[in-house]
Design a protein around this ligand. Structure first.
Ligand code: FDP
Ligand code: ZN
Length: 282
């Protein structure tokens, strides 16, 4: 198998798992009674999606490592790429029946790896319909997924030139003053759209243009979102779609990987908005 074949097989495996992930949600909205490696309480649905994806992705020829936000350590699955997965992003949205996602990063390196080692990345959005944005070889394709089968909706997704939305996580009083000042500045031109699931909020930015952030907080200087499983893969998608990612000072893809579950502040969106953000945080 070539690298491209493996990436296609990973994409197909993720798409193929989505009907099973969706079907498993209704009975798994309660707490599992356990915590993930980041100290967050897990839902039964988080564990279920993780087990399912470990099985499906671990079986793909050319996948050598499976890692997940829900597991302390990586799983050795053979020879090949390392896949890093957030099985159910935004799972606190399951109780109120709001959107959630699945994120996958395909690294050609041992984990924790740099975002520059990604060869592909993508995410599934479980909304009124199931869609997937998948970045490979510099471009982003959007798919509709029905019965686990992807069909192309847009073969070259790019951020619109005229951005209209923004969404920032964390409590406003917990934002550093420079983040609050930046939001004051952009909210005169952009509409607030925040749903509390990274993938839902980022996909609005990909669709309408704008800026998503889970910033550094006063109480948590590293923010909340995880580099390997969330920030790198989604930053890669946004950059391949012509946007920018940042940790506040430069591309998220350049953040030094130090630990599998490390967190980083993350800012994603149209180039001009991220340039202004970095200037504001200077
Ligand atoms: P969740 O805790 O529901 O899994 O993955 C972390 C995440 O969701 C992101 O999807 C989301 O952007 C963020 O946390 C939301 O955090 P807040 O509740 O602090 O806004
Ligand atoms: Zn997540």
């Amino acid at each position: 198998m070539t690298g491209t074949d493996t990436v296609a097989a990973i994409r197909a495996a993720v798409a193929g798992a989505t009907p099973d992930i969706r079907a498993g949600l209704p009975g798994r909205r309660e707490q599992a009674g356990t915590e993930n490696p980041s100290g967050e309480r897990r839902l039964a649905a988080d564990e279920y999606a993780d087990e399912l994806l470990a099985e499906r992705l671990g079986a793909v020829d050319g996948v050598g490592t499976y890692a997940s936000e829900e597991r302390e350590a990586v799983v050795d699955t053979g020879e090949g790429y390392a896949v890093a997965v957030d099985p159910l992003d935004g799972s606190s949205n399951l109780k109120p029946n709001n959107v959630m996602g699945t994120i996958v990063g395909v690294y050609d390196a041992d984990l924790p790896a740099s975002g520059r080692d990604l060869v592909a990345a993508g995410y599934v959005l479980y909304g009124p319909i199931t869609t997937m944005a998948f970045a490979h070889e510099g471009s982003v394709t959007e798919y509709l997924i029905e019965n686990g089968e992807p069909t192309v909706l847009n073969g070259d997704v790019t951020l619109p030139d005229d951005p209209t939305v923004y969404g920032f996580g964390g409590r406003v009083p917990d934002w550093p003053a420079d983040v609050a000042a930046y939001v004051d500045e952009v909210e005169s031109a952009l509409k607030l759209r925040y749903g509390g699931a990274m993938i839902g909020d980022v996909n609005q930015v990909l669709t309408y243009g704008g800026v998503f952030a889970y910033p550094a907080l006063q109480s948590a200087p590293e923010g909340k979102l995880r580099l390997q499983f969330e920030c790198n893969p989604v930053g890669y998608v946004i950059e391949c779609a012509g946007g920018r990612s940042s940790d506040g000072s430069g591309s998220v893809l350049d953040v030094d990987p130090t630990a599998l579950h490390q967190r980083t502040p993350v800012y994603l969106g149209n180039e001009g908005l991220i340039d202004r953000l970095e200037a504001a945080l200077d």
